[in-house]
Write a new protein. Sequence first.
Length: 415
Amino acid sequence: MRASVQVLIFLAFLWLVVCGVCLWLILKAVQNLGIALLSAASLTVLGFLAATLGLLFYRVSVSNEHQKRLENLQAEWQATQNALQQLLSQRDQLGLLVKLLHRFVLVTTRHDIALTLLQELPTFLRLDRMEIIVFDTTTVYGVWELSSNQMSVEELENRGEGKIPPWAKGQQPRSITQTLESLLVPVVTDDSIVALIRLERSSRPSFTADELKFLEAVANQTALALEKTKLIAFLENLSITDELTGIANRRHFEWRLSEEIERARRYQYPLSALMLDLDHFKQVNDTYGHPIGDIVLKEIAQRLRRVLRRTDFLARYGGEEFIILAPQTPADRAVILAERLRQIIAESPIPISSDLQLHITISIGVAVFPEHAQNGNELVRAADEALYKAKQTGRNKVCLFEPEPVKGGERNVWA
């Protein structure tokens, strides 16, 4: 700017010199002062006109320069605003990822994972609808609707046949896929798709690159959480399952016994306990060895499990002893069930090899809560007393616990 002013001053001074020289030449040529003055005035007017035009061009140039600077500043401001919005969005995304991580640390089931995602993602991403499917032996299906503001999560039997929506069937993409209607986010672990998340929104149908990266991070966290719940379920099952027979172990039975006793007491229905013992099982181990004995125990457990109802509970109590809890089963029906089990074991020999089949029989003791006992320990003891009686009176039979009479006409609950 300062250099431009100096140039203008120099040009003005040069113009004055030129005008003075021209005035002297005109005066010398015409020898007429009036014409000389008129010529000088004309030159002066032209000089002012030229100066005005020069100044105008200068102003226009300066204005254009300022306009360009203003546009640059506006562009920089917009870029700064965009960067700030991106930082704020990334901050919010990181905050939600941390929140999801904390919640995933606490969850122990696939149902809880689906519920967590349905609670957190729709509002954050301004969704109209969200669905999630978690695949396993049983399929978990969850859905959230903006129109009704309702959420539901359910477990579908038989892998959800007939209830799984069409978008979750067939070959699924292993990466995030965006269509005009929705966004499909696969959750992948060990090269297999374990869950699918489907997102819909009408306000901004297209998801941004930052949102896609965020959802990819969510899918990775979900995959880790599902792996954790799978490990927890495996360890829990390991801790409550008998390793040999695959049925519940004694620890699981004791937990279930207290639960069933409390339920029977609350709803006032009978709870029967059947204590089973394999007759002369020690001879099987001594004669054929423990591996053959293990085969016998596994086959007995499988036969019992096939006969029992879904509400009945079978456990290996210890050694060759099994115990069954039969809710809502009075004494007469419990004895019928026990007799049926005894016959099934006795009538069919257990195949060991092509040339060896073992005929196994069982003895069963039956007791009923609250008829024979007032708590879980008493119920097991009563069933064990009845089993002892069955073994003492010939084996391969069923005995119902009989309280022993005491003085005064009452009956003691212990035989």
